[in-house]
Design a protein around this ligand. Sequence first.
Ligand code: SF4
Length: 318
Amino acid sequence: MNLTPFFETAVAQLNRNKSAELGDRTRYIGSSDVGGCARMVYLQRKHPSEPDFTTMLKFSRGHVAETLIDDIFKAAGINHLYDTQVELRHPVYPLRAHVDFLFYADFDNKPVLHILELKSVNNIPDEPYPHWIDQITFQLGLLRIQYPKAKMGGSILAIDLNAGKLHQFNGFEHNDSLCNYLFTRGLHMIDCLDDKEEPKASASHMCSFCSYRSDCPEMNLPKVELPPEIEALANKYVELNEIRHDTDKELQSIRNELLEFTGSSFKGRSDDIELAVSTVAPSQVVDTKLLKNRYPDIYPEVLKERAGYTKLECRSSR
Ligand code: SF4
């Protein structure tokens, strides 16, 4: 039984089924589009191309995480508090969002609308990515139009299934000006789709999932003659960087396995190796975002200049 070709076809079909659940995406701009790259959105709609197998499998990780969280909520008996995949539509423009989990009440049954956006990741970032923030802000904006008076908020639940970790980035609120900006961006994307405006490329971490990289102006550099020794050094740099990247990933996975064995506190040695695990107590840092929001007059006074540095980017052009 050879499962490899089977999986390649079946994962593609699963991906198509999941996309179909979101309706005809050529007809609207969604919450995952507005914060992203107009060129990618345009090409996805006008010249759809199926992502490669690895990317599709990574997309499926998101669906697995959604089912898992839903099962956990059901097991805890709180499934009466929320709906999944709730569609929100702008009353006038073709702007829509599909909310992963929309809670209608808190655990104490007090009415509150709470959007929970789920993100399945490899490593949980220290701060939510800007693209995630745009997405939940856009969703809260559409929810506010539907429920002008309701108490509402939102959070992003990042889950790393490999490491068995999750983290809630909480406290998102409806923000009128940010939301209007995102609606305007959505309308700009609609104009691009109607060929009234040019869809400009804007690079972000989403480029790694993009099927339109090969001829993207953001990815293409002017052709130059490099001295052979510089080219050789640059190739070596790329090679070492890849090794470092793979090593970091392997280190992280070994670290997780070791911690599974030791727990958060351990001291011991074998004939070959010493192993010590301890917990560093939490410390306090200034929440710069909160400072900026609550004390906008003070914020500029506590800013200090950070020294610039030379950024070297080197990647294979083949
Ligand atoms: S590679 Fe990046 S910048 Fe270029 S189209 Fe794709 S997402 Fe946009």
